[in-house]
Ligand binder design. Structure first.
Ligand SMILES: *[C@@H]1O[C@H](CO)[C@@H](O)[C@H](O)[C@H]1NC(C)=O
Ligand SMILES: *[C@@H]1O[C@H](CO)[C@@H](O)[C@H](O)[C@H]1NC(C)=O
Ligand SMILES: *[C@@H]1O[C@H](CO)[C@@H](O)[C@H](O)[C@H]1NC(C)=O
Ligand SMILES: *[C@@H]1O[C@H](CO)[C@@H](O)[C@H](O)[C@H]1NC(C)=O
Length: 137
């Protein structure tokens, strides 16, 4: 599970590295090995489809320079999905607002992956439908 995620993260990094110059790649690899701890969502989090939430993470040990290209992707069963929830924000901010997608199957095995240059995965959390939310299920 972790291995698959790491492999995906490395593949994403390798792909993004192709377009940049060798010098900046080297600089990034030294400066940017930073995997901030995700605070929310966590195991007690429930997102309702279509609602807005903040993904938050700890920035207390953030490096001075962080490369561009941060993104938040949805994970399911520890696997990266194709769903990007946010991108192009500053990792040092410590939070980004996302909208919970409406086209997912409600379940309790979702996670988010926060990409800087490394991919950091949240705990698994739940996504429920608006109807489940109304009914308090
Ligand atoms: C878990 O996430 C919720 C929001 O979904 C947040 O209110 C809570 O503080 C987080 N718990 C911890 C231990 O950080
Ligand atoms: C996200 O966090 C920002 C900054 O704390 C806050 O202004 C905003 O209302 C939050 N949004 C949500 C959906 O919680
Ligand atoms: C951060 O990047 C800026 C601009 O590229 C550079 O001038 C500065 O020296 C870098 N700081 C560190 C600590 O690498
Ligand atoms: C994850 O949740 C979805 C939706 O409930 C379900 O279809 C899938 O089988 C679950 N996977 C596991 C391993 O529980």
């Amino acid at each position: 599970m972790q291995f698959t995620l790491l492999a995906s993260a490395l593949a994403a990094f390798a792909a993004s590295a192709v377009s940049a110059s060798p010098v900046s790649n080297a600089a990034r690899m030294i400066l940017d090995v930073w995997a901030p701890t995700i605070i929310s969502p966590n195991a007690s989090t429930v997102w309702t489809e279509g609602q807005q939430y903040n993904v938050t993470w700890d920035t207390s040990n953030a490096p001075v320079n962080i490369s561009n290209g941060a993104s938040v992707r949805l994970g399911e069963d520890g696997q990266l999905t194709e769903t990007t929830l946010a991108s192009g924000f500053d990792l040092r901010q410590g939070w980004v607002t996302i909208t919970c997608p409406s086209d997912v199957i409600p379940g309790n095995n979702y996670s988010i992956i926060l990409f800087g240059d490394s991919g950091d995965q949240s705990e698994q959390f739940s996504i429920i439908s608006p109807m489940q939310s109304i009914l308090g299920l």
